[in-house]
Design a protein around this ligand. Structure first.
Ligand code: HEM
Length: 393
């Protein structure tokens, strides 16, 4: 299903009819496999909260996103694709590092990163690319610092990540990119073992020494954190800025009141409206399960369309297709739902709550330097966003 022409923020138009008439329907995937497509908010939550639906990609019925994503995640699994209790055992190792209190304490540091990067960005020529010049540097520098990965290596890891989340990367190319990044991270972990620091890698090495994690698992986990930690939020920064520029009344309202509560609410609405995790949460049934009157049989795949759920009027009231920064949208499903709900959401929230008001305050005349119709959107990537966004200020 393609996004409709016209508004780059809208999910496929078919979702509206499916939610109304056939909320659990059959869909054909890129590899010819048939899966169930779940489009209503309540049903998506029900699937994601039910342990009879597995995130294990090695299960033959799993509805994968693309050849590249499928082969790398099967070969190098992380807790993203494990079920409890194994999933919970791994995830618990990181809750301390990503808990709200811990991330809140980083807010002043994140503000400093944003200010400095904006200084650099605005010192350069115009027009400039907001994605590579600002969004990616912000998220990459923050996650690098938290994990203990040298930020100087950002071009390398951004390139490898880009290959791994592109829906167009074939299996062999994806495996090669994975091997390259694993080799890099392996060397880094070796160095950290000799010289520990107050960072996530050193924390995971302590767990490894206590027998809780193998080196292979540690490297896979680190790889997941590094990639999930920069690409996702960077897409939100650029796409969210574009959504604000395209909705001048909303932009003006936010500029007029950037108090913390108003900004936090606006961030939730932008997360809902844009749903950058746009290919649905994928699961496979471990036994026969009935969802909203439809029987899903053991071994069948399910695509829980959180982008459709986020536009469900039953959950978000009238006009769910409009960006309304005053809407109460915190129950959106952009971070998923259930046991796999995003571990990094406190960090993503703080980054976005810092970035948008800072950008609006410091660049009040920010504007696009190309027509929206000419912008390169990441329609086929695991995460929706922009490859580039030329701006002037
Ligand atoms: C706007 C930014 C972000 C969005 C929209 C997002 C979205 C998501 C979603 C939808 C899931 C659930 C996957 C599923 O159910 O199959 C998830 C899981 C995860 N996210 Fe994020 N994420 C974001 C930022 C981050 C950041 C900054 C990190 C930091 C390291 C992160 C780390 C993770 C991890 C480790 C998981 C796996 C959790 C598990 O399986 O228990 N994410 N994310």
């Amino acid at each position: 299903m393609s996004r409709p022409p016209g508004c780059p923020f809208d999910p496929p138009a078919e979702f509206r009819d499916l939610r109304a008439d056939e909320p659990i329907s059959r869909v054909r995937l890129w590899d010819g496999k048939i899966a169930w497509l779940v489009t209503r908010f309540d049903d998506v939550r029900e699937v994601l909260a039910d342990p009879r639906f597995s995130a294990d990609m090695t299960n033959p019925g799993f509805p994968s996103h693309s050849a590249g994503v499928s082969v790398t995640r099967q070969k190098h699994p992380t807790f993203l694709n494990m079920d409890d209790p194994e999933h919970a055992r791994h995830r618990r190792m990181l809750t301390r590092d990503f808990m709200i209190k811990r991330v809140e304490a980083l807010r002043p540091r994140i503000q400093r990163h944003v200010d400095e990067l904006l200084d650099e960005f605005t010192a350069g020529p115009q027009p400039a690319d907001l994605v590579t010049g600002f969004a990616l540097p912000v998220t990459s520098s923050v996650i690098s610092e938290l994990l203990g990965v040298p930020y100087e290596d950002h071009e390398f890891f951004q390139r490898q990540s880009g290959l791994l989340i592109s829906g167009e990367t074939g299996a062999d190319e994806a495996l090669e990119a994975f091997a390259t990044i694993r080799e890099y991270l392996g060397g880094l972990v070796e160095r950290k073992a000799a010289e520990p620091a107050p960072d996530v890698i050193s924390h995971l090495l302590e767990i490894e020494r206590a027998g809780g994690l193998s080196r292979d698992e540690l490297i896979n986990m680190l790889n997941l954190l590094l990639r999930a930690g920069h690409e996702t939020t960077a897409n939100m920064i650029a796409l969210g800025t574009l959504a604000l520029l395209q909705n001048p009344a909303q932009l003006a309202a936010l500029k007029a009141d950037t108090s913390p509560a108003v900004v936090a609410n606006a961030v939730e609405e932008l997360l809902r409206y844009l749903t950058i995790t746009h290919y649905g949460r994928r699961r496979v049934a471990l036994e026969d399960v009935e969802v909203a009157g439809t029987l899903i049989r053991k071994g069948e795949g399910v695509v829980a369309a959180n982008d459709s759920a986020n536009r469900d009027p039953e959950a978000f009231g009238d006009n769910p297709d409009e960006l309304d920064l005053s809407r109460s949208a915190r129950h959106h499903l952009t971070f998923g739902y259930g046991v796999h709900q995003c571990l990094g959401q406190p960090l993503a929230r703080v980054e976005l709550q810092v970035v948008y008001p800072t950008l609006l305050r410091r660049l009040p005349d920010l504007r696009l330097a190309a027509p929206v119709s000419e912008l390169p959107f990441k329609t086929k990537n695991v995460f929706y966003g922009l490859f580039a966004m030329p701006v002037e200020w």
